[in-house]
Design a protein around this ligand. Structure first.
Ligand SMILES: N[C@@H](CCC[C@H](N)C(=O)O)C(=O)O
Length: 280
């Protein structure tokens, strides 16, 4: 089975062209291929499929085999893949996902390589929640958040998939590996969640680390970056247009006041092509 390894600022997935045929047992395939010791290695797999209502359809499976509804970094890579594989010659591409149809604007350079992609991520859905978990963490930014024993203030944002955004003094020192898995599985979420730890640098810059549902800490999360900006705007901490610094690089996010859509711009990189032979 041919595949292409791609990443969006270090959020790496294995892309499988399913325009002709879809492999069997996708959750198990995602677990096998994503394994960084015994597989190809990645944060999950992404299938590029035909669509009846858009130019293409994207399906994403996390490294633990769970299927997600949307992937920001993945959608940019799908844009680059379909253009550079000549599956389309359009630079505005519609992409069906489990959370609706997204529009991708591809930005080719003079050689025709797609250096960056802007994705219309749609309208976010938000809710503030308080979660009573215990943690030993640096002091949180918000005055509402007590110290080590008390509730954590979370802004819950759906970008088509669920996110819990927590404000921290320092992204570097955030307890991502301790609080991340605890909050991912907290009972407040009907189907787990992605957890973002966000440091406000200034009104147009954030630093963010993420614990992703089904994949653990990753280098970046596109939907998470969008959710973080939305949470910061709602908490009156930033403007509606900001640069989000993640472990793997930067994303530009805008929450447009006219249409209320969130727009994400960033790179998409191809790493290598390969062939995978399933042994089981
Ligand atoms: N890394 C992705 C999000 C992938 C899905 C997520 N782990 C989920 O389960 O919702 C992104 O760039 O948005």
């Amino acid at each position: 089975m041919p595949f292409t390894k791609m990443h969006g600022i270090g959020n790496d997935y294995i892309y499988i062209d399913c325009m002709e045929r879809v492999p069997e047992n996708l959750p198990q395939l995602a677990i096998e291929m994503s394994d960084r010791h015994t597989g190809v290695g990645g944060d999950g797999i992404i299938l590029i499929c035909p669509s009846e209502c858009a130019d293409f359809k994207m399906r994403i499976f996390n490294a633990d085999g769970s299927e997600a509804r949307m992937c920001g970094n993945g959608s940019r890579c799908v844009g680059r893949y379909v253009y550079e594989s000549r599956l389309t010659d359009k630079t505005t591409v519609t992409l069906e996902t489990l959370s609706g149809i997204k529009t991708l604007r591809l930005h080719p350079d003079r050689q025709g390589n797609i250096t960056s992609v802007t994705v219309d991520m749609g309208i976010p859905v938000t809710a503030p929640v308080e979660v009573p978990v215990r943690f030993n963490a640096p002091r949180m930014v918000s005055e509402n958040v007590p110290t080590s024993q008390g509730p954590v203030k979370i802004t819950a944002v759906s970008m088509g998939n669920p996110h819990g955004v927590i404000l921290v003094d320092s992204a570097d020192n955030a307890p991502v590996e301790i609080l991340g898995p605890e909050l991912e599985h907290h009972v407040i979420w009907p189907d787990r969640a992605n957890i973002e730890f966000v440091e406000v640098v200034n009104t147009t810059e954030l630093r963010m680390r993420v614990w992703e549902r089904g994949s653990g800490e990753t280098m970046a999360c596109g939907t998470g970056a969008c959710a973080s900006l939305v949470a910061c705007v709602l908490n009156r901490l930033t403007e509606r247009h900001a640069i989000i610094h993640l472990l793997g690089g930067d994303l530009e996010i805008e929450w447009n006041p006219d249409d209320s859509h969130v727009y994400m711009t960033g790179p998409a990189e191809t790493v290598f092509n390969g062939t995978y032979r399933r042994l089981l």
